[in-house]
Design a protein around this ligand. Structure first.
Ligand code: ZN
Length: 112
């Protein structure tokens, strides 16, 4: 082997799994941490059980809750806008509708 070009090889490296199992291996890295190993993987254990080490399920649940809150907030805003339109619309339009026909009727009677 050529000198000073190869990384140091750790021949007795202890890899640690998230389940707590440790096993010996060799690597150029100083430490190895794995999420799943043969001691806890469902294929080897026969049990349907997954460890959520990275918190991905929790992150997903948090995102779903945040999305629900945003949806509720936008629904409230839309409802408030609809109520505002309903409040303002009857105040102006019926008067205009009522006034215009009476005038036109009066004008028609005056013309004749
Ligand atoms: Zn494991």
């Amino acid at each position: 082997m050529k000198k000073e070009i190869h990384p140091t090889y750790h021949s007795n490296l202890t890899a640690v799994c998230a389940c707590g199992a440790k096993f010996l291996t060799g690597s150029t890295r100083d430490e190895i941490k794995v999420e799943i190993c043969s001691a806890c993987h469902p294929f080897f254990t026969g049990k349907q059980k997954l460890l959520d080490t990275a918190g991905r399920v929790d992150k997903f649940k948090a995102r779903v809750e945040a999305a629900k809150k945003i949806q509720e907030a936008t629904a409230k805003k839309v409802a408030a806008k609809v109520v505002k339109v309903k409040d303002t619309a009857p105040m102006t339009s019926p008067k205009a509708d009522l006034e215009v026909p009476t005038r036109s009727v009066e004008k028609k009677t005056e013309e004749k």
